[in-house]
Design a protein around this ligand. Structure first.
Ligand SMILES: NC(=[NH2+])NCCC[C@H](N)C(=O)O
Ligand SMILES: [Mn+2]
Ligand SMILES: [Mn+2]
Length: 299
């Protein structure tokens, strides 16, 4: 990324996850020095945007997917904010919240870019639909929404937003996939580098390949980083931890390589849950990892 201005958008919303706590993620990550870190890397940082669930929105109980209306309301507002932020020439850095909010980021971005690549770093693929979701949790369907595979469409969130193209979409770090998600990955045309590929090829090769795919012919590349991609030993403060994840250095190297590449145009960092954290380890890690994405180096 060029040295320019970053606009942090906090989204204290956690109803898309199966357990409470991720709504406290943005404040916690801010508290551990995010703004200072980004400023020290030479950016102008704006941090006054915050997207809150409007009063009076409540989904009917008893439907399979939980809190659909709340997720759509927050995503709609986030989409608008992200759209305005890119239009004004700032890099949107969205702090979740649970991963359902990525629907909002994607909707806002897909109105702006005509052909966007997406890199989804996650233990999960978030490719369930309303039909296949085993949990009813909205954070498990957000990538499916982005790709136009769900009943919910991006254009319902931001008018005029078109779905992502699967050929420019890459998942990195997957290791907990539901049966129907596996079928979706095989059929829908995106690329998925699971932990198996990372073990075999090495993280550098995987990330380089991911950047090539997401960057091929695209006019913007969005990174959606779910902190549960990192091994729970390093990132215990998250709602759906899965062992066997990215090591501390693999996570940093992933973001350092993206930073060197210089073509990431927006990012989400989601699923930090301070209620489940140990000594704020996960919030502090998130700050460090965002630093690596924006140019922080060991030497
Ligand atoms: N963003 C996340 N942490 N997603 C976890 C999803 C877990 C599971 N696949 C589900 O659909 O419920
Ligand atoms: Mn996720
Ligand atoms: Mn996840």
């Amino acid at each position: 990324m060029d040295k320019q201005s970053i606009s942090i958008i906090r989204v204290p919303f956690g109803l898309g996850a199966g357990r409470p706590g991720s709504e406290n993620g943005p404040d916690s990550v801010m508290k551990f020095g995010l703004v200072k870190k980004l400023q020290s890397l030479g950016y102008d940082v704006e941090a006054d945007q915050c997207i809150r669930l409007p009063d009076g929105i409540q989904s009917p109980t008893g439907s399979k997917m939980k809190h659909v209306q709340e997720v759509l309301a927050v995503s709609g507002l986030l989409g608008e904010a992200v759209g305005k932020t890119v239009a004004a020439g700032h890099i949107p850095l969205v702090l979740g919240g649970d991963h359902s909010i990525a629907m909002g980021s994607l909707a806002g971005l897909m109105r702006h870019y005509s052909n966007m690549g997406v890199i989804w770093v996650d233990a999960h693929s978030d490719l369930n639909t309303e039909t296949t979701s085993p949990s009813g949790n909205m954070h498990g369907i957000s990538l499916a929404v982005g790709l136009g595979l769900s009943h919910i469409k991006l254009r319902e969130i931001a008018e005029g937003a078109v779905p992502l193209k699967p050929e420019n979409c890459v998942i990195i770090g997957a290791r907990d996939l539901d049966r129907d998600e596996k079928a979706m990955i095989r059929s829908c045309g995106l690329t998925c580098f699971t932990m198996h590929e990372i073990d075999r090829l090495g993280i550098e090769k995987v990330v380089q390949e991911a950047l090539r795919i997401a960057g091929n012919g695209t006019d913007g590349v969005h990174l959606s980083f779910d902190i549960d991609s990192v091994d729970p030993i390093e990132a215990p403060g998250t709602g759906t931890p899965v062992r066997g994840g990215l090591s501390y250095r693999e996570a940093h190297l992933t973001l350092e390589l993206m930073s060197e590449w210089g073509r990431i145009t927006s990012a989400d960092f989601v699923e930090v849950n301070p209620l489940l954290d140990r000594n704020n380890q996960t919030s502090k890690l998130a700050v460090e990892l965002i630093g690596s994405l924006f140019g922080s180096r060991i030497l």
